[in-house]
Design a protein around this ligand. Sequence first.
Ligand SMILES: Cc1cc2nc3c(=O)[nH]c(=O)nc-3n(C[C@H](O)[C@H](O)[C@H](O)COP(=O)(O)O)c2cc1C
Length: 206
Amino acid sequence: MDAKTMFKLSYGLFVLTAKDEKHNGCITNTAIQVTSEPNRISFAVNKSNYTHDQVKKTGIFTISVISEAADFELFKHFGFQSGRDVDKFDGFTDYKEAANGTRIITKGTNAFISGKVIQTVDLGTHTLFIADVTDMEVLSDTPSATYTYYQSNIKPKPAPKTEEKTGKVVWRCKICGYEYEGEELPADFVCPICKHPASDFERVEL
Ligand SMILES: Cc1cc2nc3c(=O)[nH]c(=O)nc-3n(C[C@H](O)[C@H](O)[C@H](O)COP(=O)(O)O)c2cc1C
């Protein structure tokens, strides 16, 4: 089997927001519409994400659809740090209130979908949430960002090396750029920043 096959699946990118004691959100790439009558969506969230616990607890959320106008800051803000450690809405002003009490991201997005969870499936590392859509609106005509668009146009490219190679080997996360130092990357390694598995890392000689 060719491990690269999974990269041929296409994905959108979203900010999943929720609220319990505080407002919070994380980047996810797994939201899809699963039925239209009734209108239902599903999304999978890593159990280590604070947003996971909030959605599990309250059943209430909003998914803001990231557009091609988004800059890398949005991904860093919601995807590279956890609400367990920081208040992501402290000083963050690019949002408006959703009817269900969560927050809609208004910059770098083109739509939002609010929902109520009706079922969860325990997938081990992740929980799959299935939800009824309770509100939705288009915010702009800018095309939605795909995962491939993020990789090619939004995520900064590593600086080209001009000096001679040092011979040092790192394993670089193709999703967020995190570098693991060492010749061998453990097979069960999970990126501490974006939580993607070892199969999303590439070997780079510096
Ligand atoms: C491009 C990108 C895609 C991501 N996709 C997912 C995803 O599909 N599911 C997930 O659980 N986390 C995903 N993440 C990781 C979370 O956004 C990240 O771990 C976040 O810091 C969790 O924040 P929280 O603890 O406040 O919920 C992604 C991150 C990035 C940068």
